[in-house]
Design a binder for this molecule. Structure first.
Ligand SMILES: [Zn+2]
Length: 427
């Protein structure tokens, strides 16, 4: 019980400063796009927050990963000026170490209408509103709270505690997390407070996004008396192929942490584009069409094998269709290679320790399940051998308008993380 009551006692006085920090982080644009990101101003907000409390964080460049011999680096991206922030709290060396990882980048706000500005940071009915509030500045604030609580409470830990706010997680980047590991920040266990509705996720899925592009060439033929060729209608048949793949994938048997999931390996169409409904675009027949497909994979699946089979199947489909025989479907992966999932065994000591801490803080057992998305956990766990789980606040609207996080649940997250850090680093 002691760690749980200590955690509540240590976090309580920080509440209003944590709220202000979260609001300021939401108000600071840290959007990442496909090829780059603008995270450093938000890292400076965090840096100032720590410094004002006598903690000295390290802000470091991540661009060196482009020269590293690590296969999953997205070499088409720019990392210039994109900095990670880290804080290490040294322990006595008698216990295992722990990493509190979180990403500071957000997706762009999109074209749909937000009720308030994506950067409002408004506090309303217990919620903080805005882009990245739930995914995952709320979680980053909970992580920061743990460091400040330990520092101001002068708590001596057994093992080291490492905080990191990384860049480039969205768009399947992984760059910030890779930079942190490659520079030598290694630990014995990790937790990432992505939004989990105060549930524990012991597994994440793999993911892959591919654009299927059909180019039928010369649109100038329109209104010029020549025959107009357009992929717009054949795109319907291509969507039919995606639907068949989705049906096939729906037969994959869910295993382990994904047992009981209604759709354990979803196939989704994220976008279909062939001309635009924009009033600036004249009535014209499009010569190009794209279907953007998002596939997810179980942690145990042979992801590369599944993708190869899909690609072969698409080739067969196209070979049997006179239009696609003439105008081939191009396979253009959007983010590069796939992300891989991960899973911590049910009886793993880090999971056991975390479940116990969560139960003590929350007063009842937290549900342990699996994430409906991929994230940096796959990299940390699989490629760097650090057992990783997810536990974070309640909220909604990630990657959509009117995103919000419930502020009380950010505080609860901080308490659980702190109790778990105390317990784990002193085992
Ligand atoms: Zn996220």
């Amino acid at each position: 019980m002691k760690n749980a009551t200590d955690a509540a006692r240590l976090i309580r006085p920080l509440r209003s400063s944590l709220r202000r920090l979260l609001q300021e982080l939401v108000r600071t644009n840290s959007v990442a796009v496909l090829a780059g990101g603008n995270e450093t101003p938000a890292q400076r907000v965090l840096q100032a927050f720590f410094r004002e409390r006598g903690i000295r964080p390290e802000l470091y460049e991540t661009a060196f990963i482009r020269d590293a011999k690590f296969p999953q680096v997205r070499r088409h991206k720019s990392y210039a000026g994109r900095k990670n922030l880290s804080v290490r709290v040294g322990g006595s060396g008698r216990g295992p170490s722990l990493l509190l990882n979180g990403h500071i980048d957000t997706v762009p706000p999109g074209n749909a209408r937000w009720t308030y500005s994506p950067w409002s940071g408004r506090f309303h009915q217990g919620r903080i509103l805005g882009l990245g509030s739930f995914d995952m500045k709320g979680g980053v604030v909970a992580n920061a709270a743990v460091i400040v609580a330990i520092h101001t409470g002068r708590i001596r830990l057994g093992g080291d505690l490492l905080f990191e706010s990384v860049v480039d997680e969205e768009w399947g980047g992984g760059g910030g997390t890779i930079a942190a590991r490659l520079r030598g920040d290694t630990v014995d266990a990790c937790v990432i407070p992505e939004g989990t509705q105060l549930e524990i996720y012991r597994a994440t899925r793999g993911g892959f996004v591919v654009d299927l592009v059909v180019d039928a060439g010369d649109s100038s033929a329109y209104f010029s008396g020549e025959e107009v060729v357009s992929p717009a209608m054949p795109l319907g048949r291509l969507l039919g192929w995606v639907a068949r793949i989705a049906k096939q994938r729906a037969r994959v048997k869910a295993k382990g942490a994904y047992r009981g999931f209604a759709d354990p390996v979803p196939v989704q169409v994220l976008a279909v584009e062939s001309n635009r409904l924009d009033p600036q675009v004249p009535l014209s027949v499009p010569s190009r069409g794209t279907v953007r497909v998002y596939l997810q994979f179980l942690p145990q699946e042979d992801v590369d094998g599944v993708i190869t089979n899909l690609r072969d199947d698409l080739k067969k489909f196209a070979a049997a269709d006179p239009f696609f025989r003439k105008y081939p479907v191009e396979w253009q992966p959007l983010i590069g290679g796939p992300l891989y999932g991960h899973e911590i065994p049910e009886d793993h000591p880090w999971l056991r320790c975390f479940e116990q801490s969560a139960r003590r803080v929350l007063g009842e057992p937290a549900v342990t399940t699996a994430a409906p998305y991929p994230c940096d956990a796959g990299l940390i766990h699989r490629d760097f051998g650090i057992p990783t789980l997810l536990f974070g606040p309640r909220g909604a609207g990630a990657h959509n308008p009117d995103e919000y996080v419930e502020f009380d649940s950010v505080i609860r997250t901080a308490e659980v993380l702190l109790a778990a850090a105390l317990a784990w680093t002193n085992t």
